[in-house]
Design a protein around this ligand. Sequence first.
Ligand code: C2E
Ligand code: MG
Ligand code: MG
Length: 387
Amino acid sequence: MGEKHRLLIIDDEAEIGNMLKEVGEASGYKTKALTSGQKFFEVYTKFDPTFIILDLAIPDHDGIELLRYLAQRNCIAPIVLESGQDEKVLSVSTTLGKDMGLHMERYFQKPLKLKEIAELLNKAKMASSNFSVDFLKSAIESKNVILHYQPKVCFKTNQVCGLEALARLKSDGGLIQPAAFIPLAEETNLIRPLSHLIVSMAFKEFNKFLELLPTLVLAVNMSPKTFNDLLLPDEFAKMAKEENIDTKQICIEITETAFLEERSTLADIIARFRIKGFILSIDDFGTGFASLSELHRLPFNELKIDQSFVSGFESSPDAQKIIKSIISLGHMLGLTVTAEGIDSKLAWAFLNNEGCDLAQGFYISRPLEKEVLKEWLLHHKEGFHHP
Ligand code: C2E
Ligand code: MG
Ligand code: MG
């Protein structure tokens, strides 16, 4: 990804795109200008823009469709809408974007005021560097972290079997999503104190959920960057003991990209986690680089199929084939297979039919704040009931 500030422009008029591109580059952004919605879908994930300028009226996919796409991917980049259409369309679309949870900046009617656009770009650059290290550091120090929990359900029995703790930062403007601060924490050395805080909070809160459902397993996410600390398993075991939690009820999720990091310590840490009784899961499976021999060699318990395959499965025969082969690969290796991103009855039915073990996704429940989760658990004590 290289450059820190990345601007993506979509405008079907190439001339305008190029003009904006110049503005972006002059403001210190790595910039890409595209002329169609189709190209946008192809480029978005890889380019991972930190700022987006979107023409509402592009021929193949309209701007609202693109906003919806961005919202589904939890995009946090500021978005500027521009169009030759009348102001009402722009303003209602901006409101719509806000309702979807997107970070909508002001909109522009053509002809564009390039100077004002440059100002917005600079402001966003400043904001992202202000948010940086200092904000994160003080958020950790003052424990301004809150955990949401997303339930996991067993396909066969419909029983609620687990919870995944997902971190958010508290700020004046509301909650900040992990996509905005985990990468920053990873770039600096703040990921360690942050993970420590999150895990100790999660262990503490977990006891309250166990009172409602004693068999629950708590999953926490660990950054691959922390998997070079040989003392990590000891630290976890100590924290679990302090809260009287059985390590067999703690699952550690680590993304598949961990396999790119230092390998000897990874195996050491994973083995010691297992010896101490923890459950180990490979998160976002299918996007990274785990080789078959590594999968076989490292003592994992669970595979989580990446949600990008699950969320688009209906319209993608390839995604369906990938899902099927991940499930059979996982089962051949004796692993539990979890699907995340299940957001419809159709997705549930497909994965259930393919023999997937555990389900997680908006169809079952969104990640919930702890008091809301308690209510949810009470309601689903006897098992998850389909809406
Ligand atoms: P993840 O571990 O793969 O977590 C699943 C993400 O998918 C969560 O986003 C969850 O809200 C979202 N999700 C779940 N079901 C659905 C669905 O049906 N549809 C859609 N569109 N999304 C769904 P969230 O909470 O924003 O977390 C994003 C990522 O940030 C996590 O991905 C994880 O890698 C990382 N993360 C979150 N909390 C922590 C943490 O405490 N420590 C570390 N190191 N990473 C964390
Ligand atoms: Mg996870
Ligand atoms: Mg995942």
